[in-house]
Design a protein around this ligand. Structure first.
Ligand code: ATP
Ligand code: MG
Length: 204
């Protein structure tokens, strides 16, 4: 059976993708080829990497997840600051920080549980540390040059947005960079507003 490389992620609104791109332009210029930069339109927040999954498995996941996520409230994310994995002495992954309410962790637990129930992927053991990868350091990069450039990079608060749903993406790896295609939109609950609008009486 043909397999699809897939992952579940939060989309970043295009204005914020542009903002991140603008904020990191100086860094890109300094570091140039020593980093493989994520194309602005590909910036996203991964909740779960699924790997190669047969198509029926993905359909089942989208169905199961869609039902569960529809019961969870919308929430807001703030993108701010910058960091690296695994540590500043040996940076491999460059990222923008994500400040999230507990609702994000709840969403991730639901994603993990659904994937596990369908036997798609083992439960993630690592603690969840939400981040937005902006670049991956190449093996050939000089650690000293990297450190010097990264130390001075403090983008501060980049913006906030309301998360209305998740997406199931297909990823096709190409030499020029990955191509992501949305396979399913998985909305969170829309009805997190009061059923009845209470009207405040005009003061007499
Ligand atoms: P490339 O591999 O060419 O750099 P990419 O990493 O963006 O591109 P994928 O490897 O298909 O594309 O990954 C899709 C998403 O899943 C990315 O956010 C990536 O960081 C994440 N991801 C990939 N592999 C893993 C993994 N083993 N564990 C956790 N997340 C992963
Ligand atoms: Mg990858």
């Amino acid at each position: 059976m043909s397999m699809i490389r897939a992952f579940i992620a939060l989309e970043i609104p295009p204005v914020l993708q542009d903002e991140i791109s603008r904020a990191s332009a100086g860094l890109k210029q300094k570091l140039g080829d020593s980093v493989r930069w994520v194309a602005p339109h590909n910036l996203h927040l991964t909740l779960k990497f699924l790997g190669d999954v047969p198509r029926p498995g993905l359909d089942a996941l989208a169905l199961a997840l869609g039902a569960e996520l529809g019961r969870l409230p919308l929430f807001e994310l703030t993108l701010a600051e910058f960091g690296v994995f695994p540590n500043p002495k040996r940076p491999r992954v460059l990222w923008v920080g994500v400040q999230a309410p507990p609702a994000l962790e709840q969403v991730r637990r639901v994603v993990e549980a659904c994937a596990a129930r369908l036997g798609l992927a083992p439960e993630e053991k690592k603690p969840f540390s939400p981040h937005l990868t902006i670049g991956r350091v190449r093996e050939t990069a000089s650690p000293a040059g990297l450190q010097a450039a990264l130390q001075g990079f403090h983008p501060g608060r980049l913006g906030a947005f309301t998360v209305e749903g998740l997406r199931l993406f297909r990823s096709d790896l190409r030499p020029q960079g990955p191509i992501y295609t949305s396979l399913a939109l998985l909305p969170l609950a829309r009805e997190n507003f009061p059923e009845t609008n209470e009207v405040t009486p005009e003061s007499a």
